[in-house]
Structures are given as C-alpha cells and as structure tokens.
Design a protein around this ligand. Sequence first.
Ligand SMILES: Cc1cc2nc3c(=O)[nH]c(=O)nc-3n(C[C@H](O)[C@H](O)[C@H](O)COP(=O)(O)OP(=O)(O)OC[C@H]3O[C@@H](n4cnc5c(N)ncnc54)[C@H](O)[C@@H]3O)c2cc1C
Length: 478
Amino acid sequence: MPPLDRRSFLAGAGATALAWPGIAAAQGSGEPDIVVVGAGAAGIAAARRIAAAGRRCVVVEATDRIGGRCSTDTAIFGVPFDRGAHWLYGADINPVVKLAAGTGLDVYAAPPGQRVRIGRRYARESELEDFLAIVVRAHRAITEAARGKADVSCLQALPKDLLDWRASVEFIFGPLLYGKDLRELSAVDVSKAAERDQGAFCRQGVGALIERLAGGVTVRLSTPVTRINTWVRGKVEVETPRGTLVARAAIVTASTGVMAAGKIRFDPELPKRHVDAFARLGLGSQEQVVLELAGNPLGLQRDDLIYEKADGPRSAALLANMGDTPLCMVQLGGRLGRDLAGQGEAALVDYAQEWLAKLYGADIRKAVRRTHATRWSQAPFVMGSASAAAIGGYGARAALAEPVRDRVWFAGEATHETQWGTVAGAWLSGERAAEAAMRKLGYITTPRSAGEPAREAPRKPRSRPAPARPPAPPSWPF
Ligand SMILES: Cc1cc2nc3c(=O)[nH]c(=O)nc-3n(C[C@H](O)[C@H](O)[C@H](O)COP(=O)(O)OP(=O)(O)OC[C@H]3O[C@@H](n4cnc5c(N)ncnc54)[C@H](O)[C@@H]3O)c2cc1C
C-alpha cells in the first residue's frame, strides 16, 4: 500500500463575548466607529484590524459562539474535533497560521500523501499513478476551458476519456472540494481558486484558534442583525432584536446563503449588482460525519487521508485517527450531502457507516462507539458550506467587494477572488474590508505599508499556464 508522498499533488478564550446587555451598555462610552456583522474568521479579522488602528468596533453575532464555519467541539467525544474548517492551507503564508504562533495553540503540518481504496484493497502504485495523472488531466481541462470566450460548467470541461476513474474525479472536483456537483460549478471560478496544498492542522481545533484570535475583541453573541439602514447621512443603523447600534460604517460577513435568503434587510435596498452577486455565489453542501472507532480497526496512521475508486456519485472521503485520537471523519457533499442533511443526523451517520463497511468490511460497524454528523446546510445562520460560483458567476466576487453607499462593506470567504471557500480567504477579506472602510472614513491616511494586507491575496491563482507541478485537487477534501 504505497503512501503517495505528494499530498500537495492533489491538488475567545480571551474574547469579550457578552450576552447583549442593552443598547446603552453596548455602546459603552460612545458609538462604535464600525459595526461588524458576524464573528466568523472574516469578522474577527476585520475587528482586529479596526482595533489595531485605534478605532472602536463591536462585532454582532447571531449565534451563541464565535467562529462561524470554524467550529471546534470538545463536549461530544471529550477531545477536540472540527465540525467545520479543519485544514489550514498554504501554511507558510496562511495569515491564520502565522497568528497561531502567538496563541499557544499547536499547529502541525498535515502528513503528506493519500491512499485510494479500490473495493476492499488499496490501490497499487501503478493504479495510483494512473489516478493522479487523470486528476491532473481533468484539472488542466478545466483550466483550459476557463480560457474560452464563455464560461462553462466543470462537467462540460472534463475530458471524455477518464476511464473508470471518472466517478472519483467527478466526486473530488465537485462535492468533495467545492460542495456542488460538477454541472453546477463554473470552470472559471474553479480555475481561479488558489491551490489547496501544504495543509496544516490545529491540534486544539481551527474553531478554537479563531476564538483565541478573538481575544480582546468585543463580540455581542446571540444578537442577529435584522436590518441595516443607511438613510441617515454619515451613519449606519444596525438593528437587532436587542436594540440598534449606530456607527459610521458596517462590515457584513454573513454567508452568501444568509444574504440571498434575505435574512438581513437593507434600507434602501441593496443595489441589484449585490443582490445578483449573492445569488450567483450560492453555497455548496459539505458535511462531516465523525465516528469514534475503538482499537484502530482500519489499521491507519494519524491523519491518514483515504479516497475511493468510486463507481457512482455516492462517494465520500475519510480522514482517519484525527490528531492521534480514535476519531475518523467521513466527508461528503453536493446534492447527496444536502439531501442526507435534510433527512437528519441519523441518515448521515448511516450513510457514513455503510460507506466505510463497503471499503473495510461489515465488522467495522461493531467498532463504532459514539457518532456525530454536521448539518451545515440546515444551520440557519450559515445555510451551507462555502460559496462556489454558478456558471458565468465569477465576477460576482469582485462585485461584492464594492461598498454600498460608502457605508456598508461586505467581507467573508465569498468575496475573495482566489481563496474563496477557505479560512485564509475569509480572514484576508475581513482585513481588506476593514482597511477599505477605514480609508474611506479617513481613519487611515498613510500609504499602504508593506505589512498591510494587500487587496489581492498573495496566493497565486490557477489560471496561469499549466504549472510543471500538478495543481491542486484535494489534500483537503473540503
Ligand atoms: C464542513 C466544512 C468544512 C470546511 N473545511 C475547510 C477547511 O478544511 N479549510 C478551509 O480553509 N476552509 C474550510 N471550510 C470553509 C471555511 O470554514 C469558511 O470559508 C470560513 O470559515 C468562512 O468564514 P466567514 O467569516 O466568511 O463566514 P462564517 O464563518 O459563516 O461567519 C459569518 C458569521 O456571521 C454570522 N451571522 C450570519 N447572519 C447573521 C446575522 N443576521 N446577524 C449577525 N450575525 C450573523 C454567522 O453566525 C457566522 O458566525 C469548511 C466549511 C465547512 C462548512
């Protein structure tokens, strides 16, 4: 069973998290300069940037916790596991990894390599080479198609002759990586996505890391924003069931799913360009089923990553023995993920066990102790996993980066042109929006310094000529 030594191939603890104490107390000694809506990675990054500039900022969060799609649970299994983002990509340049060094949390490199299961055995080296060559060819075809005059779906872009690896390729480039089936995915959007390689894990969890990075940030939990009013000259009013905050600007980081569902009303209404952009950047579905397996019955190492040679769309991927715990995560997505999540947690757990039993034998079921499945597509303040542009929808990402009436800025993973769908992209987008808002308000007047976040992410897009090293499908499934 040859491990393929090229994973990249595939390529507050201290936060002031308060229950709402009433509007007067919320505003403390005066109005905040900027209100940030949402305490996920983008919102916390924005708030830190605003605070670093010496400005007053309040983060208003709908749920009762910090982190959004970065969510670490320790209660269910007694050890931490990530319900949302788990891989930190491009560890050498990832802003969150860089900041982790000062938190006391432990970030370690994900082991290289992955294995492919063909029925009850692992792929031989020659079979793996065939698979990886086909993966590279598929990705090149998507990149080539993206250079055409009109955008096409990733399904249209795929070569016809993917032999008996077709179902695996469709699963990896679709539900697993981007949460949508290939026919719904824009070739341009996928070709622009930065490589998801050089992964790292946080032993205490990515959610715990974002929470730790929120130290010192004022966050009002359990406070959903319902309306944002920009009629008043020079002000923005942010309404919640617990009162209204008044500030000079707002940065909104709610997911495109939440925005498209109209959960936040705008007065006056948002420009059509923004409304269309939210619709075009709909969220995919990615769900994770965590199984506690007694006695390592799969015989795998820490953080081993397993794909299967699929024979149809009902596939999944496995991350075994996460962080040296007995927890194994089965990851699935797309229409199947959304359907199962709609049916309930039991349906997801059943599916994961059935899939694992198919690959490792029915006795695996006997080793299963506790289980848990996420249902992100049902979470009312997320409504999916991450954005993926509809065909022709790539330009929507730049449209969202434009402010509304110079009072409201949008941030969040969907607004990042190359690192969309990732924690790093969300973080960078938050910093970028904070900087843009503060420049517009005159809070920052100095020229951009070398240390300030660039408008564009430092990661290279994949639309450049085909690299010698194969590009990125998944070292990280989601
Ligand atoms: C299952 C899964 C696995 C993933 N795996 C990875 C991975 O391994 N690596 C990776 O890099 N990325 C991964 N991602 C993607 C990553 O989690 C996201 O890109 C990133 O966390 C998004 O951050 P954000 O701040 O843009 O949005 P969010 O995290 O969604 O934050 C927005 C916040 O706004 C709040 N909010 C919404 N509406 C309102 C309202 N009306 N009022 C107030 N607050 C509101 C929400 O509650 C939320 O806290 C994964 C995502 C999922 C779901």
